[in-house]
Design a protein around this ligand. Structure first.
Ligand code: SAM
Length: 231
C-alpha cells in the first residue's frame, strides 16, 4: 500500500490497541484519517484541526452520518468537530483528549511554530498518547528524484538522530516516554537508512490530576469551529 495508507493504518492499529475515546488529529488536511477513524468503535469524540480551512472543507461531507447510521442507530454516539487554527495556539476545545495524532505535520511548521508546538501539545493538551510522524531524510537517497525536500512546503526534513533528539528532549520536558518506529521499510542491505517515515509514539508517564486539567489553562477560544457532526 502507498505510504500515506501505511501511516493511517499505523494510527488505526494504535487506536485498536489502546482504545482511546477521544482522538484529535492535528494538521488533519482533507480529513482522510478522521474518516478512517470514524469506523473505530471505541471512539466517541473526533476532532480535526488545520490551519487551512479550504483543504478541510474539500471532503468534510464524508464525515457526515451515512444513511445506514440512521437506519441502524448504534449504541455509541460519535461527535466529529473540525476547527480552523494553528497548533502554535492553545484552545480549550483541545483539552481532554486521550490520543493526539500529528501525521506529517511538524515539517510544515515555521521555526517559531515548531518552538511553541511542544508546549501546546504536550504541556497544554497533555493527552495520554501522542503520535508524531515526519520524513526521515536519511531515506531520501533511495528516492528517485533529486530534490532538497520531498515536498516544496517542507521547512526541514530530519535525520533519525535529529528527530530522536528533539523527541527525547520534548518527552523529558513534559514527562512522557517515547518509542521510535516507522513505516516504509528500506530495501535489504540498506537497513541503516531507517524507515521512509519515522514515527515517535509518546506516552504520558503520570496520570493527569483533575486540577491540572482545569486550572491555569486559558479558557478563551482562538480556533474557529466550523463543522460539528453527530452520529
Ligand atoms: N495529516 C495529513 C495526512 O497525513 O494526510 C496531512 C498532512 S499535510 C502534509 C500537512 C498539513 O498541516 C496541511 O494540511 C497544513 O495545512 C497543516 N498545517 C501546517 N501548519 C499548520 C499549523 N500551524 N497548524 C495546523 N495545521 C497546520
Amino acid at each position: 500500500p502507498p505510504l500515506y495508507k501505511q501511516r493511517y493504518q499505523f494510527v488505526k492499529d494504535l487506536v485498536e490497541k489502546y482504545k482511546p475515546k477521544k482522538v484529535a488529529d492535528l494538521g488533519c488536511a482533507d480529513c482522510s484519517l478522521l474518516w478512517m477513524l470514524k469506523f473505530c468503535s471505541c471512539i466517541e469524540v473526533l476532532a480535526g484541526l488545520d490551519i487551512c480551512a479550504n483543504v478541510m472543507k474539500e471532503r468534510m461531507h464524508t464525515l457526515s452520518p451515512l444513511p445506514v447510521d440512521y437506519l441502524q442507530p448504534s449504541e455509541r454516539s460519535l461527535t466529529v468537530t473540525l476547527h480552523h487554527g494553528s497548533v502554535a495556539h492553545k484552545d480549550p476545545c483541545m483539552l481532554g483528549f486521550d490520543l493526539v495524532t500529528c501525521i506529517e505535520l511538524i515539517e510544515h511548521l515555521e521555526e517559531s511554530e515548531l518552538k511553541k508546538f511542544p508546549e501546546v501539545v504536550f504541556g497544554f493538551m497533555a493527552p495520554s498518547i501522542v503520535v508524531i510522524s515526519t520524513p526521515n531524510s536519511e531515506f531520501n537517497c533511495l528516492l528517485p528524484q533529486v530534490m532538497l525536500y520531498r515536498h516544496p512546503d517542507h521547512k526541514f526534513e530530519w535525520s533519525q538522530a535529529e528527530f530522536q533528539s528533539w523527541a527525547l528532549e520534548t518527552a523529558r520536558c513534559y514527562d512522557y516516554s517515547v518509542e521510535f518506529t516507522g513505516v516504509g521499510h528500506p530495501p535489504t542491505g540498506m537497513e541503516k537508512v531507517g524507515f521512509c517515515t519515522q514515527i515517535g509514539v509518546f506516552f504520558r508517564k503520570y496520570p493527569q490530576t483533575g486540577e491540572s486539567v482545569q486550572s491555569e489553562k486559558p479558557m478563551e477560544a482562538v480556533y474557529k469551529t466550523f463543522y460539528k457532526g453527530l452520529k
